[in-house]
Design a protein around this ligand. Structure first.
Ligand code: PRP
Length: 211
């Protein structure tokens, strides 16, 4: 059985569809219930739903052979895993955003609210800019609105959250998409199965791209 960690939620459903089309179906996963583990001996896969930010941990620690994690999570936590493919879904970008029209003062330490302190630190350190990180866990957009921070470093997908809160993108740091990752030991010992899966996924994505 190949153990596959899927990110719970909309992205996970898209990713499952890709894997299903690539020949790794597991019909029971589509049943409406609260189970977390699903397997199909016929296709040799066992899927489990994992909180998106935890997928890399399951893969790094070999609880899963492979998994699908956003590039944001890989950049932030730098897990010891192999990155095998860009699935081209879950596309968004990591940005610096702040109040519309607001100009930051270069003389003061910039207060940056974020769920991604490592990404924010490395971005500003490359600019030799002193910052004060304010680590939050969600609704990051509130921080500049309430004066908790000057800017935020966060994910922008449609831009709707920023727009509806009178905020704007100041800089784009890096584009993000979902990546197929593998545990390093599993990759070595199940090389054939994992590369076969990659080939099939690739084949499906290429076929879709020319449609
Ligand atoms: C993410 C991100 C932004 C929002 C961006 O939040 O942190 O808040 O999505 O999407 P948009 O550009 O399409 O509006 P998420 O939904 O993960 O919730 P969170 O506030 O708990 O981080």
């Amino acid at each position: 059985m190949m153990n596959i960690a899927l990110p719970k939620g909309r992205l996970g459903e898209k990713v499952y569809q890709i894997l299903e089309e690539a020949g790794y179906a597991c019909p029971s996963i589509r049943e409406e219930n609260r189970k977390l583990v699903f397997e199909n001996p016929e296709t040799g896969v066992r899927y489990f739903w994992v909180k998106p930010s935890d997928v890399a941990i399951y893969v790094e620690r070999a609880a899963a052979d492979i998994g699908i994690a956003g590039r944001d999570i890989l950049l932030e936590y730098q897990p010891e895993v192999y990155e095998l493919a860009d699935l081209g879904v879950g596309k968004c970008r990591m940005c610096v955003a702040g109040k519309k029209g607001a100009r930051e003062s270069r003389n003061q330490t910039l207060r940056v609210a974020t769920k991604f302190p490592k990404i924010a630190k490395s971005y500003y350190s490359a600019l030799s800019r002193d910052i004060d990180i304010i680590k939050l866990h969600g609704s990051i957009e509130l921080a500049p609105l309430l004066g908790l921070s000057d800017v935020i470093v966060d994910i922008v997908e449609t831009g709707k959250t920023l727009l509806e809160n009178d905020l704007e993108v100041k800089e784009t740091i890096v584009p993000i998409s979902a990546r197929l990752i593998a545990n390093k030991v599993s990759y070595k010992f199940n090389h054939e199965e994992i590369t076969r899966l990659c080939r099939r996924v690739d084949g499906y994505l290429n076929k879709e791209a020319v449609r």
